[in-house]
Design a binder for this molecule. Structure first.
Ligand code: GLN
Length: 455
């Protein structure tokens, strides 16, 4: 813990952390030592971690990288935090992210951006940018993230680390500050699929405090890493695996360097025995308007709780109650959050609901059905995570451009499918590229096995 706290202090320039607390960390580390002394064993016992500041924690402020919640102390730990702590993990602090997890660059944090360790003038991706930067710069062995439309996979890809978003419902959302509840999922970010398996093993599981938590047993992800697939041989561990390549993921708009890295990775999978088949996800393009209706709609509702009364920021001078709400929210929320609240309020309003929200819900179902059609032809789906490598910080202010970069992560999110980002070499400017693997529902073990064989 001390080693990593030193590393974190040395690389404060990365903006990966929103807070650390040596006293808390060392107390937890001593508790882990005591458990070990009593003969307890476990892969996470004593392992230093940190949590995206979307998870509430009793021992550290929980801000969602928003001025609205600056300094807020939660009376309880999020379920995922609780589970990792129970497994013996030592929490060093909280990690930077886009405000309320809204964004794909970490530039939308009220406390400044996180910076990409490969080139500090570039974005880490987002919204779990602090988690990805911290792991990539070896400030931590692993971290938690959350993924609503790509926020575990995309920053993992842009910083050259591994991340997995499990099936919707696999990890409890209890204590995750809500963005879009029908999409939000927790997931680990670590160096390798093996480390992700160790974390996810502890994070996953039924929780009656989350109404959409899945009441089904958790697979043994760690054992699955080393369990040979049917038909596997020593030199061809992935023999018989059919990898579906959606033609919509390999078209225009993907940077040549990204495409080249992804194709090179796929050639490696072929050497491991996998076969590549072309599949189609015909509504890939539509996932952008669909997501950017549904996610803001849910966000506008979820964020109505921040009114200056119960939580967080309250304006100093106000005339009456309405004025207090208005000023507190105007002062507390950043531009991107306000944009989403306005979009969400609009698409849910009387007269527009059918045209936008209902239509988006119908398309969401069709996008999920397209995946099931594709999975009749393949076992896993592969493609790029992001159409480009990490762009320079502040290079663009047009929000729609940022939304468009989510094109390859949104489909799996809308369908609720597990998705993973695996480092696949480098593209433009020698910057990291991520290969995305998407599995069918509850096939996290298969994704981790396939990624592990490749790594
Ligand atoms: N980039 C997407 C958005 O801005 C996804 C964010 C996320 O997964 N939390 O909404």
């Amino acid at each position: 813990a001390q080693h990593f706290l030193r590393r974190i202090a040395e690389r404060a320039d990365l903006g990966a952390f929103l807070c650390t607390d040596e006293e808390v960390a060392l107390r937890q580390a001593r508790a882990a030592d005591a458990r070990r002394a009593r003969g307890e064993r476990g892969p996470l016992l004593g392992v230093p971690l940190a949590h995206k500041d979307i998870f509430v924690t009793r021992d550290f402020p929980s801000t969602a990288a928003s001025k609205m919640l600056a300094g807020y102390m939660s009376p309880f730990d999020a379920a995922v935090v609780e589970r990792l702590s129970a497994a013996g993990a030592v929490t060093l602090g909280k990690l930077n992210c886009d405000e309320f997890a809204m964004g794909g660059s970490n530039e939308h944090s009220a406390f400044g951006p996180a910076r990409n360790p490969w080139d500090v003038t570039r974005i880490t991706g987002g919204s779990s940018g602090g988690s990805a930067a911290a792991v990539a710069a070896r400030l931590l062995p692993a971290a938690t993230g959350t993924d609503t439309g790509g926020s575990v996979r995309q920053p993992a890809a842009l910083t050259g680390v591994t991340g997995i978003k499990p099936t919707y419902g696999r990890c409890s959302r209890y204590g995750m500050i809500a963005f879009a509840s029908s999409l939000d999922q927790a997931g680990p970010i670590a160096r390798t699929a093996e480390d992700c398996a160790l974390l996810l093993q502890a994070m996953a599981g039924f929780d009656e405090r989350d109404s959409t938590s899945a009441d089904r047993p958790v697979d043994d992800y760690v054992a699955a890493l080393a369990t040979p697939r049917e038909g596997a041989t020593a030199s061809q561990p992935l023999a018989g695996l059919r990898i579906g390549l959606p033609k919509e993921f390999f078209g225009e708009g993907v940077a040549p360097g990204v495409l080249q890295a992804v194709r090179a990775a796929l050639a490696e999978f072929e050497k491991l025995g996998a076969t590549l088949v072309e599949v189609s996800l015909p509504r890939t393009q539509l996932s952008i308007p669909v997501y950017y209706i549904i996610a803001p709609a849910e966000a506008s509702s979820n964020l109505s709780r921040f009114d200056g009364v119960r939580y967080g920021h309250r304006a100093k001078d106000y005339k009456d109650l309405l004025d207090m709400y208005k000023k507190s929210r105007s002062e507390g929320f950043g531009a991107e959050v306000k944009r989403r609240i306005m979009i969400g309020t609009y698409v849910l309003s009387h007269g527009y609901y059918d045209a936008y929200y209902l239509q988006a819900q119908k398309l969401r179902r069709m996008i999920a059905e397209d995946f099931q059609a594709a999975f009749r032809q393949c076992d896993v789906i592969a493609g790029p995570v992001s159409p480009t490598v990490a762009r320079p910080l502040d290079a663009q202010t047009d929000p729609v451009q940022e939304y468009l970069a989510d094109i390859f992560t949104l489909p799996a999110s809308l369908a609720g499918l597990p998705g993973m980002s695996v480092p696949a070499g480098s593209g433009e400017h020698g910057l990291p590229v991520g290969l995305q693997l998407i599995g069918n529902y509850w096939r996290e073990a298969e994704l981790l096995h396939v990624a592990h064989a490749f790594q």
